[in-house]
Design a protein around this ligand. Structure first.
Ligand code: NAD
Length: 491
């Protein structure tokens, strides 16, 4: 049995509470690790360490040196990617085929933002004040609290950590209580890369015991959060009391819209990838499939054919298509939504129940499920399920597709399948979502901004602009010659 301690000021240490909690493998149902149960005292130690190095050694480390450390970290990540991927699969049950590639890809965030570290430039402002020189400086914020969800722990962390470090901040990280191990393993890589002690710290534990004290801590200068909109709202409210900036990457209920002129087979695969990849446990799940009525029945028939033979089972097998649900509460939530959809009158054309095949060792498997006859006002169409449950909604015209697509509190992503370039451009303009994919789905990169409209979030991660989420701008005025001016009027 592995034991994972906190990582504070460059050292592993036991929790102040003296308590530990279990980490379960969602595929086997077995406990495989013990995780330190943090509290406010641990948070305070970590924040104190992060502040001390921000005010000291890290603050004095120049941007080129910061960038070099990040590039070194990228190399170490690539070396360790397979191992990290396996740890994530053990904790969250996502497919090794996806997680192995994802952990390798993390390196690119550190390379990209490491390269940006010494390209953070202010400006000389053309001044209308004679004799006063004015320029801007971009400065780090200080200690960043980073709180992540369980579905892609290291990816979600890297989206925050890479730009934050490049900008010169320090970090206290709190991973999800369901998937803490990979984040703690990652701390060893940071140490090996040579970051000074205290630059990155990790405290494990529960939302109210570690996350909330981290948000409230007086020396935390920003929270970068990924999780549900319910938790995001609480964090936003707590941050408001401190007038503290936040980035919030929250949930979604994304429309994936198929027009009759689309490449039929590509759109079918796009719809499947939108909802059944990662067992539907992705914020960008295309969980509302809008299909033009002229092809609706044929499209649903083909969807059922393809999804109906998806191989369910061991996430460590490269043959598997659909793995377990990561947590028991999430499994129960998905099963509740399946029952809600049935009681609302949606027609279940595939799945609609737990999966109990021999390959499903644990208790947390759900059959890929498709509902037709869904109306956009039903709960199954409006609320995030975060599981392999697809709602199919027919439409007739482009305007109707836009209206249904936007008639939702969320705005994280949208998909459009069409061979008409004019329509692709019109749809990508009209859909109210932070990401729009045309004739593809689930493409993300370190180069491209990601984030939500509406209730899906605040701020952006990735892409070069996102470094500004971790900087503040200072305007400096310097008089070229000193004069004793009238002190009672503005300059
Ligand atoms: P969650 O909100 O329950 O938990 C997320 C993290 O917040 C955990 O570490 C948890 O311990 C912590 N937390 C919970 N309450 C807190 C509080 N009051 N103060 C501080 N911390 C608190 O979410 P989850 O179930 O782990 O993740 C699933 C959700 O995350 C889904 O809604 C999904 O859409 C969303 N998500 C969004 C993105 C994105 O980039 N937009 C990516 C992945 C997941």
């Amino acid at each position: 049995m592995k034991t994972y301690q906190h990582y504070i000021n460059g050292a592993l240490c036991d929790p102040a509470s003296g308590e530990w909690f279990d980490s379960e493998n969602p595929y086997t149902g077995e406990v495989w690790a013990k995780i330190a149960r943090g509290n406010a005292e641990d948070v305070d130690r970590a924040v104190t360490a992060a502040k001390a190095t921000f005010d000291g050694e890290w603050g004095a480390t120049g941007p080129t040196a910061r960038g070099k450390l990040m590039v070194k970290l990228a190399e170490i990540i690539e070396r360790e990617a397979v191992r990290l991927g396996e740890i994530e699969v053990r904790d969250n049950g996502k497919l090794i085929a996806e997680m192995g590639a994802q952990t390798k890809y993390l390196a690119e965030w550190y390379r990209y933002f490491g390269g940006l570290a010494d390209k953070i430039e202010g400006a000389v402002i053309p001044s209308d004040k004679p004799g006063i020189f004015n320029f801007t400086r971009y400065e780090p914020l200080g200690v960043i609290g980073m709180i992540t969800a369980w579905n892609s722990p290291l990816l979600l962390l890297s989206w925050k950590l890479a730009p934050a470090l490049a900008a010169g901040n320090t970090a206290v990280v709190k991973p999800s209580e369901y998937t803490s191990a990979s984040t703690l393993e990652f701390m060893a890589l940071i140490e090996e890369a040579g970051f000074p002690a205290g630059v990155v710290n990790a405290i494990t534990g529960f939302g109210m015991e570690v996350g909330a004290p981290l948000v409230d801590h007086p020396h935390v200068d920003k929270i970068a959060f990924t999780g549900s909109d319910v938790s995001g709202q609480k964090i936003y409210e707590a941050a408001a009391k401190k007038i503290m900036p936040v980035t919030l990457e929250l949930g979604g209920k994304s429309p994936n819209i198929v027009f009759e002129d689309a490449d039929f087979e590509a759109a079918v695969m796009g719809a499947i990838s939108g909802i059944f990849a990662a067992t539907g446990q992705t914020c960008i799940a295309g969980s509302r499939l809008l299909v033009q009525r002229s092809i609706h029945d044929k499209f649903v028939k083909r969807l059922v054919e393809v999804a109906g033979v998806a191989k369910i089972g061991d996430p460590m097998s490269t043959e598997t298509h659909v793995g377990p649900v990561t947590t028991m509460p999430q499994y129960e939530k998905i099963m509740d939504y399946i029952n809600i959809a049935k009681s609302e009158g949606a027609v279940c054309v595939l799945g609609g129940d737990a999966y109990r095949g021999a390959e499903a060792k644990g208790k947390q498997f759900v059959q890929p499920t498709i509902f037709t006859g869904v109306h956009n006002q039903m709960r199954i169409a409006q609320e995030e399920v975060f599981g392999p449950v697809l709602s199919v909604i027919p439409f007739d015209t482009e305007d109707e597709a836009i209206a249904i697509g936007n008639d939702i509190v969320y705005g994280l992503a949208a998909g459009v399948w069409t061979s008409d370039i004019g329509r692709a451009l019109r749809m990508s303009e009209k859909l109210k979502a932070g990401t729009v994919w045309v004739n593809t789905y689930r493409a993300v990169s370190f180069t491209s901004p990601f984030g939500g409209y509406k209730r899906s979030g605040e701020g952006r991660e990735s892409g070069k602009e996102s470094i500004k989420e971790f900087l503040q701008v200072k305007s400096v005025w310097i008089a070229q010659q000193t004069t004793a001016a009238n002190p009672f009027i503005m300059r």
